[in-house]
Design a protein around this ligand. Structure first.
Ligand SMILES: [Zn+2]
Length: 937
């Protein structure tokens, strides 16, 4: 059935009307309404809104409209993050000025935003390349400069050879430029930096109180990378020199088997070394840091012959290596290598045949049989053997006769017996198998505490597991004593995980069984560590460090933020240099420090601003002869680090945003954005907010109360949309063909917005949404005279579901519940019910619902209506007695008025009842909602 759904006419009509009525103008205060600041990361003016933009803005708009109808005064502003490289590159390609190109794009995109039906307050639009905006970016930079948080220093920087500019660490993804994917080079040059590292602790602490998904918080924590450890000195034998290492695990000090210096370490040149060492160093210096870190398996290195480092814990003499897996820029550029407890050291030690000494034992307390307080703790060495069948993929399981559990071959080592000897003896005693082909340790020695009931003592067990490969099945008869205790069973190896005791050691055994050996990096109990034996690893770190004269240290992975860019289209850094080359801040009265336009901005690697005659002239006129301007511009991430504040007071010429305006809206209640911003914009803007807070310029310590990272829309083929793949969906075409309401609702329907998944485009889904909206039109046109109480109950449940789902960003299930309501109600709704349905659909399909609403004679916009309240509707449940051959055999709980066929099905699904039923039974009597009587034939 085709309905008269002229989306073009409807959508155009309401766009004009809403604009005319200034429907989305947001006042700072509305009597009786609470303010609610909802924000979506603003766009870069690329020139065209794609499906991703629609997903980013139109779906949160559903939430915004919902909050408005719930009675909040909601601010949902937008603007343009309009400085930046892409504009500059595009302008160069077209021979245009980036400013004009950007302005044209913004104009076009505003039009696209309007078709989307997003309820932005355009009066508050901000444009970061507008001098009225970047004046304040410069002003905030100045505050940081005055506080010593903005500085220019020679440092190692990431250089993108294609973008011809420096990048921040956060803009380098797996060694490549996040914009253009070119491999980043490391250069040394003077660079403007912001001292975000002064805020590491504040940035970490602040995360605690935020209502953000734990995963996002954890990513920021990892990026900041706080680690607590120690700096420890290893003296070099027969010299007055020492190697200082940083380690997060001083508790493993007794397990050090060699020391490694980075090839760049200054000590290398002072120590005696061979030609080969020099060659090795020259070779590694050509590699990038990323390559050096990613060479996982094939570790390279070279020994410094005749050089020995002294372990301060036990005075052991250790060989010294140079290896490129150690980087000069991290820690001290030297590491103490503990192969047993660090995977990189483990691989290196295997390759160079160095000792691997275990000093931390994984520790378990048997949860089913824990030690009893007050009982003596008795140490015992225990072996377990996983005995493998000579030809089949099976292992031995010992089935104990007096206990309900199964174990591997298990037993204690006698005094003076090695673990290996004990295993051989136990295998023979418990299984009778005589010929062992090979023995191999599985995992590391563990320590396990439990209560041994038969001896009435607590056990401190040192457990070592072995893999035992049998040569053949030649078997001795078991002693009658052993036979009385247990049985030997062969089980498929794949079933070994199913049940075995002791349970606590199981994960460690399963992780290591049938695998190449690897380091144990967890916590545990110290062993082979002199006086520290028996202590918990976590508790030993400080103790051991102090005892050997080391220093406790906290380090962070986060580095200062490099913000200078050698490109044109950005905020000029408001700095000038006096004739001696000292940097001075451009005073506030000269702000905005305007970006000059007489510039050839073709990228050459030299900052384009250096070529501006006017900028040079302006500088000399203001400051005097011989003064020169800074010619780097700021990274765009500086512009966006405070933009959410400017929406609140965008015309203020005296302040970036007054405290009074801020107090009305901050913090942002709900912030929607992309997951790629977690360690970029989201981190930077928190830093800005905290800096401004310390200056008393903002009242809130954190900018965003709640954060949601949206998912990704993929092409119909399930791959990322890209022009080269030809799988790009053009939203403009779709809007033309099916209307913005269908596109919005479809995007909301594609998957849960509260989970950062990726969702392939489904063309059939679009058609389904369009049919749903057509169905709504049909229902409105066929209004029913009377109110059906069943339909009314269903509607109440639907309102409840939609209300709760929108609040949790589960827009998809909100839509399915409305669809299901339409299906179940058969489209027969009273006028009142229709109005309610339109209201709960309004946030999704703002145009169509407005049209249908006003076609019902309503004059106020549907978007100004109050969100419908709902009444709790309980599903009525009754108990039905099931009588079979005259006896009540059970009771079924079912919905009221359940019919016979449904009842019989429920009965046959219920084992307790169906066992009384023969194949051909008959229903003798059914008293609805009370009893059903059955006779077996
Ligand atoms: Zn690049």
């Amino acid at each position: 059935m085709q309905h008269n759904y002229d989306h073009k006419k409807i959508e155009k009509k309401w766009q004009e009307k809403w604009q005319q009525d200034r429907l989305y103008k947001t006042e700072d205060r509305v009597e009786g309404k609470e303010n609610f600041y909802s924000l979506t990361e603003f766009v870069y003016p690329s020139g065209n809104l794609h499906v991703g933009h629609w997903y980013a803005f139109a779906v949160p708009d559903i939430f915004v409209r919902f909050k408005r109808m719930q009675g909040y005064n909601v601010l949902y502003p937008t603007g343009f993050d309009s400085f930046g490289l892409p504009a500059e590159n595009a302008a160069i390609k077209r021979g245009l000025n980036p400013k004009n190109w950007t302005n044209d794009n913004m104009e076009y995109m505003r039009g696209q935003f309007k078709t989307m039906g997003a309820s932005f307050d355009w009066d508050r639009e901000i444009i970061t390349s507008d001098p009225n905006y970047y004046k304040w970016t410069q002003w905030i930079f100045g505050k940081m400069f005055e506080k010593g948080l903005a500085y220019k220093a020679e440092s190692k920087v990431n250089w993108c050879p294609s973008c011809k500019t420096v990048l921040a660490n956060e803009q380098v993804v797996s060694g490549a430029c996040e914009r253009c994917d070119s491999e980043v080079e490391i250069r040394k040059q003077p660079q403007w930096m912001l001292k975000i590292t002064d805020y590491t602790e504040k940035l970490l602490d602040g995360l605690e109180g935020l209502d953000w998904p734990e995963q996002i918080k954890e990513q920021q924590r990892n990026w900041i990378g706080k680690s607590q450890g120690a700096e420890i000195a290893f003296k070099i034998k027969n010299t007055d020199k020492e190697i200082r290492v940083f380690t997060t695990r001083p508790d493993t000090l007794f397990g050090v088997s060699y020391v490694v210096l980075a090839p760049e370490h200054p000590l290398v040149s002072e120590l005696k070394h061979s030609k080969e060492v020099e060659k090795y160093i020259a070779k590694t210096l050509k590699k990038s840091e990323l390559d050096r870190q990613s060479e996982q398996k094939d570790k390279t290195g070279i020994k410094l012959e005749g050089v020995w480092a002294i372990n301060p814990a036990n005075n052991e003499e250790l060989p010294v290596f140079i290896a490129d897996y150690v980087l000069a820029g991290y820690g001290t550029g030297a590491v103490m290598a503990v192969p047993a407890h660090d995977q990189r050291d483990f691989e290196f030690a295997q390759k160079f045949d160095l000792p691997i000494k275990q000093v931390i034992a994984p520790f378990f307390v048997d949860s089913e049989n824990p030690p009893i307080e007050g009982k003596e703790m008795t140490p015992r060495r225990i072996v377990q053997a996983i005995v493998k069948h000579p030809t089949e993929d099976k292992i031995v399981q010992i089935q104990w006769k007096k206990q309900p559990w199964k174990t591997f071959v298990i037993g204690g080592a006698e005094e003076g017996e090695t673990y290996e000897e004990a295993v051989r003896r136990e295998v023979l005693e418990e299984t009778g198998y005589q010929n062992i082909k090979s023995l191999k340790r599985v995992g590391w020695q563990m320590e396990s505490h439990f209560y041994a009931a038969h001896k009435d003592v607590n056990r401190q067990a040192f457990v070592q597991v072995f893999e035992v490969q049998l040569e053949d099945l030649e078997q001795q008869e078991l002693s009658s004593e052993e036979q009385g205790l247990h049985e030997v069973v062969w089980v498929p190896t794949t079933e070994m995980h199913k049940s075995f005791n002791p349970v606590s050691e199981k994960p460690h055994i399963l992780a290591h069984f049938n695998k190449e050996p690897f380091a144990y990096t967890g916590e545990g109990i110290l062993i082979n560590s002199g006086n520290f034996d028996g202590l918990r690893s976590e508790e030993t770190r400080e103790k051991i460090t102090k005892e050997i004269g080391g220093q406790l240290k906290t380090t962070y992975r986060l580095r200062d933020w490099s913000i200078g860019r050698q490109r044109y289209w950005g905020t000029p850094i408001p700095i000038v240099f006096d004739p001696e080359g000292v940097a001075h801040l451009v005073p506030e009265k000269y702000l905005p420090w305007i970006l000059p336009e007489d510039v050839d901005f073709t990228p050459t690697g030299k900052p384009p601003l250096a070529k501006s005659v006017r900028l040079k002239k302006r500088t000399e006129e203001v400051f005097g002869k011989g003064w020169t301007p800074e010619v780097d511009t700021m990274d765009t991430f500086v512009d966006s680090s405070w933009y959410f504040l400017r929406y609140l007071d965008h015309q203020n010429e005296k302040e970036f945003a007054s405290l009074e305006k801020q107090s009305k809206w901050m913090p942002v209640e709900q912030y929607f954005g992309g997951s790629e911003q977690t360690t970029l914009h989201l981190l930077y803007s928190r830093f800005f907010q905290k800096f401004l807070f310390d200056q008393g310029l903002v009242k809130e310590n954190e900018p965003y109360k709640k954060r949601l990272n949206r998912g990704l829309i993929l092409g119909p083929d399930g791959a990322k949309m890209s022009k080269s793949r030809g799988n790009v969906i053009n939203p403009d075409e779709l809007v033309e063909r099916v209307g913005a309401d269908t596109v919005r609702t479809y995007l909301a329907f594609i998957g849960p917005y509260n989970e950062p998944g990726s969702y392939p485009w489904d063309t059939g889904g679009i058609a389904g949404i369009r049919r749903f909206l057509e169905r709504v039109i049909a229902v409105v046109q066929g209004v029913s005279e009377k109110t059906d109480s069943k339909v009314e109950n269903l509607l109440q449940k639907t309102i409840k579901k939609v209300t709760n789902d929108i609040a949790e960003f589960k827009f998809n299930t909100a839509i399915s519940s409305m669809m299901s309501f339409l299906n179940q109600s058969n489209g027969k709704l009273s006028l009142n019910q229709i109005q309610t349905l339109l209201k709960i659909l309004a946030p999704f399909a703002p145009y169509l619902t407005e049209e249908l609403w006003q076609s019902q004679g309503m004059s106020d916009s549907i978007h100004l209506q109050k969100w419908p309240e709902f009444r709790e509707v309980q599903d009525e449940v009754v108990k039905i007695a099931i009588q079979i051959d005259g006896k009540v055999r059970g009771v079924l709980e079912v919905q009221v008025d359940t019919e016979e066929a449904q009842l019989l099905e429920s009965m046959s699904n219920n084992k307790d009842i169906s066992k009384w039923l023969k194949d051909d039974y008959q229903v003798k009597k059914l008293v609805p909602n009370r009893i059903i009587s059955i006779v077996n034939a």
